[in-house]
Write a protein that binds this ligand. Structure first.
Ligand code: HEC
Length: 553
C-alpha cells in the first residue's frame, strides 16, 4: 500500500474547482469502497446488557434518564400524566420532568410555584426541607419519592401544587427513574467543560481504507481549526480526538476509544460493515454521531436517536429507482421485473424492503434472484431473468459488468437500475444494447446545484492543502462537520448532548451547499432522504439528469 503524503499535489484553484465539479457528480461512485468492501460477515455474538463504563450509566439508570428527559418508557408503553388535580390526562412525553426541573434537576426559579431541585442530595437532606412557599417536609426516600410522583404528596403528607403532574409509572419504571435521580447531579455529559468541547471521529487507519481515513481526518482537522481560529463555539474550543478502526472487532475498538477519550459527540467517521454494532454503541453511551459515512443508515424502529445521517443508504436509493422506473413509462408496472442482489453484502431486510417497494408501486410480476459472491453465475442469471423488462441489480461493479455482458450476448437488454455507489466508472463500457437503458441513483445533488458549495469547499481544500483523492469521503466529512457545528451553535451556550440532539432535530432545509437541503426531525435521521436518478449516456460517456429529487413513497 503506497502512502500518500499528507500535503496534496499543488493544484491551482481553478483546476481544483474543475476537478471538484466533475467529482461531485461522479465521485460518489467511490462510495462502494466504503459501504461494501469492508462489510463483515456476521456480527460477533454479544450479551445484551453492557457493563457501564466508569462514570457511565447502568441500563436501569439509562431507562430512568429516558423517563426523566423524554417521558418515554423503554418497554414502549405510553406513559400518562395527569394535570390540574388529575382532571386532564396527557402523554407523559409532553410534560417531562426535565422540562420543569431542569436537565440536571437543578430546579427553576421563575414562576409562582417553583419546581424544586430534584438532586438526591437535596431531596434526602437529613432534616428535610422548607420550601420558599412555606411547605415543609421530612427527607425523601424511595417510597416517598414514588408517592410524590404518582400521588402528588410530599414525605410529610402535604399536597404538592397541582402544577406538578401525577404520573402513572409502573413499579419498574419508578425504580428506573429513582435510580436515575440518585445519579442526576453527577450525570454530566462527558467531553464538555467551560472551555472545550471534545469531538471524536472513528476512521479506518489500516487496510484498504487507510488513505480514505486520512483524507477525512484532514478535512475534519482543518474544519475545526478554522472554527477555533474564529473563536470556537460560545467561547469553547473544539478539541478533536481520532480513533482508529483497524479492521476486526469494530465495536470493541470503538468502545475502547469512547472510554479513553470521553468525547461529547462524534462526527464523520466510517462505519463500513459494523453499522449495527456502532450505532447500538452510540445509543448505549448516548453519544451523538453526526454524518457517519455509510451506505447502510440504521433507521429501522425503534429510532436510534443519537445517529444523524447525511444521505440515503442503498435501500432508499434502490426504492427511489423502483419509483422512478414505475413512473418513467405508464405500462412499466405491467412488465416483468427482476430484483437481483448479493446476499453477502446487504444487511438483513434490505432486499425484502426493495421487493416490497415494487409491490407497493403496483408491479405485478417481480422475480427475486439472490446470490452469494462465490457462486455468482452471470450466464445463468441472464438466462433465468431473460423474460423481464426491468433489472434492478444490487451487487458489485465487477458482477454488474459480467451480467450486462452475458445479457447482451443473450439479446436480453432490459432497463437497468443501479444504485450509483455500487457501480463503477466501468458502467460507461456497458454493451451498446444498453444505450439509454441504464439508470443510476445518487444520494446527493448533481453538480449544477452545488456550484457555490463546491467553490467554498474548493477554497477550503486549497487553504489546507487537502489531498486530491477520496473526494466523496472528504465532502461527506466536510458536510458532517458543518452540520455538527450548526447543531452546536443552535444548542446554545448551556450545551448538553440532549440539547444538541434537539437542535439537530430542529434543522429544516439546512443548506450545506454540497448536499440537498438537510432536514431532521424527531422521527427523521436521514438529512437528505431520497435520491436523484441519472441516465448513463454511453455514446458521450457522461451522466445525464433523468429525474427530479425522488423521496421514495
Ligand atoms: C409542569 C412542570 C413539572 C413537571 C413536568 C414535573 N414537575 Fe415535579 N414539581 C413541579 C413543581 C411546580 C413542584 C413544586 C410543587 C410544590 O412546591 O408544591 C414540583 C415538585 C416535585 C417534587 C417534590 C420536591 C420537594 O422537594 O418537595 C418531586 C419529587 C418532583 N416534583 C418530581 C418530579 C418528577 C420525577 C417529574 C417527572 C416524572 C416531575 N416532577 C415533573 C413541577 C413539575
Amino acid at each position: 500500500m503506497s502512502s500518500t503524503p499528507r500535503k496534496g499535489i499543488h493544484l491551482s484553484p481553478a483546476t481544483r474547482r474543475a476537478i471538484l465539479l466533475a467529482a461531485v457528480a461522479s465521485a460518489l461512485l467511490l462510495w462502494g469502497v466504503v459501504g461494501v468492501a469492508g462489510r463483515q460477515s456476521g456480527a460477533p455474538p454479544r450479551g445484551d446488557a453492557p457493563t457501564p463504563a466508569e462514570g457511565g450509566l447502568t441500563p436501569s439508570e439509562r431507562r430512568g434518564k429516558e423517563l426523566y428527559l423524554r417521558g418515554t418508557s423503554a418497554a414502549g408503553r405510553d406513559v400518562l400524566a395527569y394535570l390540574g388535580d388529575a382532571s386532564l390526562e396527557v402523554p407523559a412525553a409532553t410534560v417531562t420532568c426535565g422540562s420543569c426541573h431542569g436537565l440536571h434537576g437543578e430546579g427553576k426559579t421563575e414562576g409562582a410555584v417553583v419546581p424544586g431541585n430534584l438532586t438526591w442530595e437535596i431531596l434526602t437532606k437529613p432534616y428535610g426541607h422548607t420550601h420558599a412557599s412555606g411547605r415543609k417536609h421530612q427527607p425523601f426516600d424511595d417510597a416517598a419519592l414514588a408517592r410524590a410522583i404518582t400521588k402528588g404528596v410530599d414525605p410529610s403528607g402535604n399536597r404538592l401544587a397541582s402544577v406538578m403532574p401525577r404520573y402513572d409509572f409502573t413499579r419498574d419504571e419508578l425504580a428506573d427513574l429513582t435510580a436515575y435521580l440518585k445519579r442526576l447531579s453527577a450525570d454530566h455529559d462527558p467531553g464538555l467543560n467551560e472551555t472545550t468541547i471534545t469531538v471524536g471521529s472513528l476512521l479506518p487507519t489500516a487496510g484498504p481504507q487507510d488513505e480514505l481515513g486520512r483524507a477525512m481526518r484532514a478535512v475534519i482537522d482543518s474544519y475545526f481549526a478554522e472554527v477555533n481560529a474564529q473563536g470556537g463555539i460560545y467561547g469553547r474550543r473544539v478539541e478533536l480526538r481520532f480513533g482508529e478502526l483497524k479492521g476486526g472487532d469494530a465495536r470493541a475498538q470503538a468502545e475502547r476509544f469512547l472510554e479513553r477519550e470521553q468525547v461529547f459527540a462524534m462526527t464523520g467517521g466510517v462505519m463500513g460493515g459494523a453499522e449495527e454494532e456502532l450505532t447500538r454503541l452510540a445509543a448505549e453511551r448516548e453519544v451523538p454521531v453526526v454524518g457517519p459515512f455509510t451506505l447502510f443508515p440504521q433507521t429501522a424502529a425503534p429510532l436510534n436517536r443519537q445517529v444523524f445521517y447525511l444521505f440515503s443508504g442503498l435501500e432508499e436509493q434502490a426504492r427511489a429507482l423502483v419509483d422512478f422506473a414505475g413512473e418513467k413509462s405508464p405500462d412499466a408496472r405491467s412488465s416483468a421485473a427482476a430484483l437481483v442482489y448479493a446476499e453477502d453484502d446487504l444487511p438483513a431486510g434490505v432486499g425484502a424492503s426493495v421487493e416490497q417497494q415494487f409491490r407497493k408501486d403496483g408491479w405485478k410480476n417481480v422475480s427475486v434472484f439472490k446470490y452469494r459472491h462465490e457462486s455468482f453465475d452471470a450466464a445463468r442469471l441472464a438466462r433465468e431473468a431473460s423474460q423481464t423488462g426491468v433489472l434492478l441489480f444490487l451487487g458489485s461493479g465487477a458482477e454488474e459488468k459480467a451480467l450486462l455482458a452475458e445479457a447482451a450476448k443473450a439479446d436480453w437488454t432490459p432497463t437497468v437500475l443501479l444504485p450509483g455507489p455500487l457501480s463503477g466508472p466501468e458502467v460507461f463500457n456497458a454493451p451498446a444494447g444498453f444505450r439509454q437503458k441504464i439508470f443510476l441513483a445518487f444520494p446527493s445533488a448533481p453538480s449544477d446545484q452545488t456550484r457555490a458549495g463546491v467553490a467554498e469547499f474548493s477554497a477550503f481544500a486549497e487553504r489546507h492543502q487537502l489531498p486530491p483523492r477520496h473526494l466523496a469521503a472528504q465532502l461527506s466529512a466536510y458536510c458532517a462537520a458543518k452540520i455538527l457545528f450548526e447543531g452546536l451553535k443552535r444548542a446554545g451556550r448551556d450545551l448538553s448532548r440532549e440539547k444538541l440532539i434537539e437542535a439537530l432535530e430542529g434543522l429544516y432545509e439546512f443548506d450545506t451547499g454540497l448536499t440537498p437541503p438537510i432536514t431532521y426531525g424527531p422521527n427523521r435521521r436521514v438529512g437528505a432522504a431520497g435520491a436523484y436518478v441519472i441516465a448513463v449516456d454511453l455514446t458521450n460517456r457522461q451522466f445525464v439528469p433523468a429525474s427530479k429529487w425522488i423521496t421514495p413513497s
